[in-house]
Write a protein that binds this ligand. Structure first.
Ligand SMILES: Nc1ncnc2c1ncn2[C@@H]1O[C@H](COP(=O)(O)OP(=O)(O)OP(=O)(O)O)[C@@H](O)[C@H]1O
Ligand SMILES: O=C(O)C1=C[C@@H](O)[C@@H](O)[C@H](O)C1
Ligand SMILES: [Mg+2]
Length: 183
């Protein structure tokens, strides 16, 4: 049983929000949305191209509009992008409209998982480890502030285990009546 109106996944790049989110949605039989994907579908351009043409500011505007729309739904799983928590309105919508799960990956896990990725504009840095550590230092306090639940995401092999572990964790929590979900 899932008493949460919506499940929102937050966390850094490569934490598994998209991958684990899609699997969790299947397990709970809830519709799944991926914020980055919806922005791309709506704009007709890849996230990396939006960054190139409009800069990060332009991307954040599109992200905020799409997040406002998707969080207004009921009974969905939404995987956000790594920086979606930066906007105050975004944080308010996430907090008020659903149960926020922080997938907290180590920088080592992120580096291993994203080794071949050439799409994420913020990973185009001379030293990816330094970039990811900087982002973590800036954003971890924000993820911590809005999360209803923090889940360590350290595996590198197969994400299916992570989805099942998360499902068990959520169900055990809700069985205990410890729902503290946003109503
Ligand atoms: N728990 C996990 N165990 C092993 N591999 C994982 C796990 N979570 C994600 N991965 C792998 O890491 C890569 C990145 O995952 P994913 O795209 O889901 O990250 P994300 O959190 O959505 O990142 P972004 O913020 O950039 O959208 C994928 O190849 C995925 O298969
Ligand atoms: O961490 C971030 O700021 C980002 C993460 C991705 O999901 C995308 O939303 C985009 O590449 C920016
Ligand atoms: Mg994603």
């Amino acid at each position: 049983m899932n008493p949460a109106p919506n499940l929102f996944l937050v966390g850094p790049m490569g934490a598994g929000k998209t991958t684990v989110g899609r699997q969790i949605a299947e397990l709970f039989r809830m519709p799944f949305f991926d914020l980055d994907h919806e922005i791309e579908a709506h704009t007709g351009a890849a996230v990396s191209l939006i960054f190139e043409l409009e800069g990060e500011t332009g991307f954040r505007c599109r992200e905020a509009a799409m997040l406002a729309e998707l969080t207004a739904r009921r009974g969905v799983v939404l995987a956000t992008g790594g920086g979606a928590v930066l906007g105050a309105d975004n944080r308010r919508f996430l907090h008020e409209r659903g149960f926020v799960i922080w997938l907290d990956a180590t920088v080592d896990a992120q580096l291993a998982r994203l080794e071949r990725d050439r799409q994420r504009p913020l990973l185009r840095a001379p030293d990816r480890r330094v970039r990811l550590e900087q982002l973590a230092a800036e954003r971890n306090p924000i993820y911590a502030e809005i999360a209803d639940l923090r889940v360590a995401s350290t595996g590198v092999g197969n994400s299916t285990h992570a989805a099942h572990d998360l499902l068990d964790l959520l169900e055990a929590r809700w069985r205990r009546g410890n729902t503290d979900v946003a109503a």
